[in-house]
Unconditional design. Structure first.
Length: 272
């Protein structure tokens, strides 16, 4: 399989485009897959969106993103579970085989308790996902997000969680932005491979300084992540799925998005 047949783009990467435009432009550019953000699906019927994606010749790689389990109030935690169950039904209707989980955090919940709430949440939704034929990928987030977005911050923790559940429907998403700094990364990618856990691989770059925690990701090649090295580890571990471009950047969203997509494809060929 040549590389272009394995490139996918997240709709959030080209946020100014609506879903129809993203599907058309990606297909015209030779991108093979699309990961759909739930915000891009608003106002769409999921089954019709899935049909549109497939008829353009694209694969629906994943639906992004579920999770967000921890909360101080039990009623809020229950509502989050219902949100996840709804999202699993949407993924099924869309024809996306995978939901990426941003596990969540709440600054009012002690971190050990929040981690237990993540595990408890996955325990509730996993059978539902299995029944719908949708897999879940725990995406460890960079520790800078431990206070408010995710208390699962290393691939080791994500692997541990998956190992405790032992379900083929639960795995991990390796996003270079979040894990590139981790001295245990190579070993934990190999471990995830042995356990058959790697369900997704996301690329962007870590530019310095990062001016915004959420919306200042770099294009591959402009930062300090050795993406080919990490890709090599992931593929040596047996992963042969899509290389997904996931870049949230006010800088790039402000550009002409056709030019931005051309830059992405160039960077994929040169720096991934
Ligand atoms: Zn990601």
């Amino acid at each position: 399989m040549n590389d272009a047949a394995r490139f996918a783009v997240h709709t959030a990467t080209t946020k100014p485009w609506d879903l129809e435009t993203a599907v058309r432009k990606y297909a015209e550019a030779g991108v093979a897959g699309i990961s759909v953000w739930k915000e891009a699906l608003e106002g769409h019927d999921a089954a019709k969106a899935g049909a549109m994606i497939r008829s353009a010749g694209l694969s629906a790689v994943s639906l992004v993103r579920g999770g967000f389990f921890p909360a101080a109030l039990a009623a809020v935690r229950r509502e989050r579970i219902r949100d996840n169950e709804r999202l699993i039904r949407v993924a099924s209707a869309l024809g996306a085989p995978l939901i990426v989980l941003v596990c969540g955090a709440d600054p009012k919940v002690r971190i050990a308790d929040a981690r237990a709430q993540v595990e408890a949440g996955i325990e509730v939704i996993l059978p539902f996902a299995e029944a719908e034929g949708v897999s879940l990928a725990i995406e460890p987030l960079h520790p800078m997000y431990a206070g408010d977005r995710s208390v699962i911050n290393t691939l080791a923790e994500a692997n541990d969680l998956c190992e405790r559940f032992g379900s083929p429907s639960l795995g991990v998403a390796v996003d270079v932005f979040h894990v590139w700094w981790d001295p245990a990364l190579e070993a934990q990618i190999a471990r995830a491979g042995r356990l058959g856990l790697i369900k997704a691989f996301h690329v962007c770059d870590w530019k310095t300084p990062v001016l915004d925690m959420l919306e200042d990701r770099g294009l591959m090649g402009e930062g300090c992540i050795d993406i080919p090295l990490i890709r090599g580890w992931v593929e040596a571990a047996g992963f042969n799925g899509f290389v997904e471009v996931e870049i949230f950047s006010r800088r790039f969203w402000a550009m002409d998005q056709d030019a931005w997509l051309r830059m992405i494809l160039g960077a994929l060929r040169e720096h991934v």
